[in-house]
Design a protein around this ligand. Structure first.
Ligand SMILES: [Fe+2]
Ligand SMILES: [Fe+2]
Length: 233
C-alpha cells in the first residue's frame, strides 16, 4: 500500500479496515475513536509523532498477517449484539469495582497524596456519564437501528436517526476527555513505587478500562454509526 495514501486517510477508517492498527495508534497516543475523523497526517502532527516511524510499524504489521475483519462483515443487529455482550457488559462489570477501589484509596491515602481525591471524582464522573449512556443506546438508539435494519418503520420521538447518533457521539467525546484527564492525573497509570495493592490493581484496571472503552467507542463511531447513516441515504 502506498504510505502517502495512508497519511491522507482518516484514522477511524484505517482502524475500521484493520483493528490491529488501533494498538499501534494507542502506543503513540493517537486518538482513534473520538478523533477518528482526522487524517493520519493531522493526527500524527497533533500527537507529535514522526510519520515515517509510524508508517514503518503499520507496514510491518500489515505484512505479518491478515486483519480480523469479522466485525466489519456482521449485519447491524449482530454488531449491536456484539457491542452489548462484550463492551456494555464490561462497563457494568468493572464500574462498581473501580468505584470501590477509588473509594478505598481516598480513605487510605486521600489526605497524603494530592492525586487521589481528583482521581476518585473523575472516575465517579465517568461512571455517572456512562451508565445512562449505555441505557440510552440499549433502550432508544439500538432498537431503532434494529428496526431500520429489518426494514421496519422506526418509532422514535427523536426525529431523524442522525439526531440520537450525534447525541451519542457527543457523549463519547465527553467520555474521551475524562479518560484523557484520568491518564494525566495518574501519570499514564503508573503507580508510585511504594503503592499498595489496591492502588496498583486500580491503575491496572483503569488502563484496561480505557482500552476497552476506546475500542467500544471506535466500534460505534467508526463502524456502526456510518453504516446506519448509509442506510438513510
Ligand atoms: Fe455503547
Ligand atoms: Fe456509546
Amino acid at each position: 500500500m502506498n504510505p502517502t495514501s495512508l497519511l491522507e486517510r482518516s484514522v477511524g477508517e484505517l482502524v475500521a479496515e484493520d483493528f490491529r492498527r488501533a494498538h499501534v495508534f494507542s502506543q503513540f497516543g493517537i486518538d482513534f475513536c473520538c478523533g477518528g475523523g482526522r487524517s493520519l497526517a493531522k493526527a500524527c502532527e497533533r500527537a507529535g509523532v514522526p510519520t515515517d516511524r509510524l508508517l514503518d510499524l503499520l507496514e510491518t504489521m500489515a505484512a505479518s498477517g491478515k486483519a480480523d475483519d469479522t466485525l466489519n462483515q456482521l449485519p447491524l443487529g449482530e454488531l449491536i449484539d456484539y457491542i452489548e455482550a462484550n463492551h456494555h457488559a464490561y462497563v457494568r462489570e468493572k464500574a462498581p469495582l473501580l468505584l470501590e477501589y477509588t473509594a478505598k484509596m481516598v480513605r487510605a491515602h486521600g489526605e497524603h497524596f494530592a492525586e487521589i481525591k481528583p482521581l476518585a471524582a473523575w472516575v465517579q464522573a465517568l461512571m455517572d456519564d456512562l451508565v445512562p449512556h449505555l441505557m440510552k443506546e440499549e433502550q432508544v438508539l439500538f432498537p431503532a437501528i434494529r428496526a431500520m435494519a429489518a426494514g421496519e418503520a422506526v418509532d422514535g420521538c427523536f426525529g431523524h436517526i442522525g439526531n440520537p447518533i450525534r447525541a451519542m457521539q457527543h457523549e463519547h467525546d465527553d467520555a474521551g476527555q475524562i479518560l484523557a484527564k484520568l491518564r494525566e492525573i495518574t501519570g499514564d497509570y503508573q503507580p508510585p513505587e511504594n503503592a499498595c495493592t489496591t492502588w496498583r490493581v486500580c491503575y491496572a484496571t483503569l488502563a484496561e478500562f480505557e482500552a476497552d472503552l476506546h475500542r467500544h467507542i471506535h466500534l460505534e463511531n467508526n463502524l456502526l454509526f456510518p453504516k446506519v447513516m448509509a442506510l438513510t441515504c
